[in-house]
Design a protein around this ligand. Structure first.
Ligand code: HEC
Length: 194
């Protein structure tokens, strides 16, 4: 019997499932078998404090992941854009996330990537930024020459003071598992908050 594959729902569904299964196996089952770094880190990792864990819950609850990713990709543009004091940001490695129970890698880059933002600003800066992001940073003229606010980030002024402190404590840990802010002689560069 000749099967008209294109017209058969069964063949189409089976084909789609097989393709999906290949993708699923290659991206979820094979990587941990190939790289043990995905479950156990051989490097010293930051252990989250109680306060930082509360910050993670707030990050999750407030949906920061809808606008921010947390992964520096193998793209020069990522490394340059999220670097610090002319030092390129290090590419994110799987072992850096071993202690993360929740995954904030994200896919939506409305705002900047936050994978290496810890230590980039002082905690006071974050305080002011969460209270009124629209009032931060430089304002630049648009095509009509009218000055616009630099940021489109929504305000989180409705968070309690304690919540902002917890959130900031968590943000300051981001990207610290790698000691990437060093000058060409390997000397660590001045960081905002330890
Ligand atoms: C609607 C999208 C949106 C949401 C939701 C959002 N942000 Fe942002 N965020 C932005 C944009 C756009 C910027 C860049 C402009 C700026 O610096 O304010 C930004 C900037 C930042 C920066 C500064 C990054 C840098 O390298 O300069 C931090 C830190 C930050 N956001 C943290 C957060 C946290 C934490 C949350 C959740 C409580 C959050 N954002 C929620 C859009 C968003």
């Amino acid at each position: 019997m000749k099967v008209n594959v294109e017209r058969s729902l069964l063949w189409t569904a089976t084909g789609a499932f097989v393709l999906f299964a290949i993708g699923a196996v290659l991206t979820t089952i094979v990587p941990p078998l190939v790289s043990k770094d995905m479950q156990v880190s051989q490097y010293p990792l930051h252990e989250y404090t109680e306060q930082e864990l509360r910050g993670i819950e707030i990050y999750k609850r407030e949906g920061c992941v809808y606008c921010h990713t947390q992964q520096i990709r193998h793209l020069e543009s990522d490394q340059k854009r999220y670097g610090w004091r002319l030092v390129d940001a290090a590419v994110s490695d799987s072992w850096e996330y071993v202690n993360d129970k929740d995954n904030f890698l994200g896919t939506k880059r409305t705002g900047p990537d936050l994978a290496r933002v810890g230590g980039k600003y002082s905690s006071e800066w974050h305080w002011a930024h969460f209270k009124d992001p629209r009032n931060m940073g430089e304002k630049f003229p648009n095509r009509k020459g009218i000055y616009e606010r630099a940021s489109i980030m929504p305000s989180f002024a409705y968070l309690s003071d304690e919540e902002i402190k917890d959130l900031t404590a968590y943000i300051q840990t981001l990207g610290r598992n790698k000691n990437w802010r060093v000058d060409e002689n390997g000397v660590p560069l001045n960081d905002y908050e330890k």
